[in-house]
Design a protein around this ligand. Sequence first.
Ligand code: GLN
Length: 278
Amino acid sequence: MSNAADLLRTAGLPPLEARILLMHVLGWRRTELITRDLEPLDPDAVARFEALCARRVKGEPIAQLTGKREFFGLEFDVTPDVLIPRPETELLVELTLEAVADTPNARVLDLGTGTGAIAISIAHARPDARVWAVDRSNAALDVARGNARALLDTARAGGPVSFVQSDWTGNVDPSLLFEAIVSNPPYIASDDPHLEQGDLRFEPRGALTDDADGLSALRTIIGNAPFLLANRGALWLEHGYDQADDVRALLKARGFTEVRSMRDLAGIERCSGGLFTA
Ligand code: GLN
């Protein structure tokens, strides 16, 4: 009979990945992998673990194999229909929360919500805020709605997050004005070799690349956001490691002020934003 110690030793994966998949299959906490390491395991669980390891070896992302990824202290459901939340995107949430820190009942719009990680993290941190979350993909909106139900107090009047099917701002009610607009759009250029590497091969292509120079979604959002921003409303955008200069230039050309970029934990200028005076 196999036990956890045997399985982890023979998994053929980096130890951390093997532990995550085994914890997922057994429903165990990390400490149980140590305290119960020699316990004989149910052959079904062993078979499921081995099947997940085989898929991982072929490259499927851990977050898709477990269906979960932690972001901003919350656990989000993840499917192949959505981008897997990245740790660097927590910076975008922090900057947006800072932008509305002094505004009670702030209205926030998240463009291209995917899992809903950004919108839901903001609504969780600011229960008084009203958050709208947009995605072009109905499959993504289903995932995001499920995450909102699991992670937020959806009994609240109107719900803490409103979901809208829309290609960027196209279907957003033009009478709404937001104190902050935030987006982590597809910003990888279509010819970037990273698209053929690692987790990205298994994520929705439309969440990663604009199928152009990497800046076209950022241009569209910067062009249209002013129509939906309240006076001195903030726009914060995530972008690629080499796009900060271009994004700041686009923001300034569109009339944004106090334009600046912020570095992620790796020291890369990862987010840029500014204010729009109506
Ligand atoms: N940060 C992601 C990556 O480089 C890309 C996400 C995006 O295009 N918004 O893997």
